[in-house]
Each structure stands twice: as C-alpha cells, then as structure tokens.
Design a protein around this ligand. Structure first.
Ligand SMILES: [Zn+2]
Length: 128
C-alpha cells in the first residue's frame, strides 16, 4: 500500500506496471508489456486523468468483482478514465449527480474494494 504525503486523501495507489523497454503503462499490473511483450516493472500510477467514456450501470454486475453495498444495489456510473500515464482504467464514478458526468472531466482514480473508484480531481491534485 502506497501513501503519498503530499496528498493525504489518496490512501491507495493504483498498482500498475511499466514496460522497461517501450515505457508502456498497464493497469492492472502485467508481467509482460501488452505492446512489445518485454518485461514490465511494477509501478504505482498517479491515478489522475480524464473521463474517456462512461455509462450508467442499471443492474447488478457479476459478482465478483462487484460487491453490492450493504443497502443493496443502486444504479451507478461506470466509466473509463484515461490516466496521464496513457492507460484507460475502468472505475466506478463517485459523483453526487449522474447529470454532472461529462466526458473529459478531470478525475482521480484510487484502488478500493472490488473495482477502482474515480472522483472529481480537486484543484490541489491537478497538474501534479
Ligand atoms: Zn513494451
């Protein structure tokens, strides 16, 4: 578990991998580079990026990896976030209102139980 002292709200880093040959980043971590097949080293991803595309999940997904909340399933937004490292990560979008979701909105992805979570990037994190 990686903690960054500069951003105390980010408790869990995204454990990905980075190719030692062509520098392609992968998430989740892979032992071999998805592009060139070369050896990949573990890398903690920054987790900041922008929403690439998204949809609303209106029925309970397959479990695992989905874990229903204690109160039961409620529809939620699921999207792909294109990270600054260039890899797209599927994540649950933690937004107050689904009408606020926009493609290209700045998001920060953190690993959690089950699938990663994405929330709006706060000003302090942007560009870091
Ligand atoms: Zn590679």
């Amino acid at each position: 578990m990686a903690t960054d002292p500069r951003s105390p709200t980010v408790a869990v880093g995204l454990q990905g991998s980075c190719c030692s040959g062509c520098a392609v980043t992968a998430y989740p971590a892979e032992e071999a580079c998805p592009r060139c097949g070369g050896p990949a080293e573990p890398a903690v991803l920054q987790g900041t990026g922008r929403l690439w595309t998204w949809t609303v999940q209106r029925y309970a997904p397959k479990s695992p990896p989905y874990q229903a909340p204690p109160g039961g399933f409620v529809p939620f937004a699921l999207g792909y976030v294109e990270l600054v490292e260039g890899v797209r990560v599927a994540a649950v979008l933690e937004v107050d209102d689904l009408d606020d979701v926009r493609i290209g909105m700045p998001l920060t992805v953190t690993a959690g139980h089950g699938v990663p979570r994405a929330r709006l990037t706060t000003t302090g994190e942007e560009g870091s």
